[in-house]
Design a protein around this ligand. Sequence first.
Ligand code: FES
Ligand code: FES
Length: 150
Amino acid sequence: MVNGIAYEREVEPRQSLADFLRDELRLCGTHLGCEHGVCGACTVLLDGVAVRSCILYAVQADGREVGTVEGLAQPGGPLHPLQAAFSEHHGLQCGFCTPGFLMVALELLSSTRGLTRGEIRSALSGNLCRCTGYRGIVEAVEAADLSWDR
Ligand code: FES
Ligand code: FES
């Protein structure tokens, strides 16, 4: 399942989950930066846990629930509260890293609330951004933590 939709495909055993999402399902919101597990741009949720889809094989997602950034808001619908907070607090510039940050933040706020700024920084520290200086990203997650009524 990807974003609640069941897909059935035959894949090469060596195909990464990131390539499967982008090339087979055309879910190109999952970005590829380093392609070796360092930058976090390719982060998706696998059974609710943030993982790097560039270093997972697509076959490892067989029978499991994958969440990508496309699942956060419906086309034409309102932004997800995290997306709205990133927009409001200037949590992105070019946006390349943004899907990965959103998925990490989603995992974080789904399990823990009332976070300190240090805890947010620590949770986001595995994701790289070359534009924002991180301040807006941290403020966005902090704002979503305070305002997002789940
Ligand atoms: S593209 Fe996967 S961690 Fe950088
Ligand atoms: S907004 Fe450009 S890399 Fe993060």
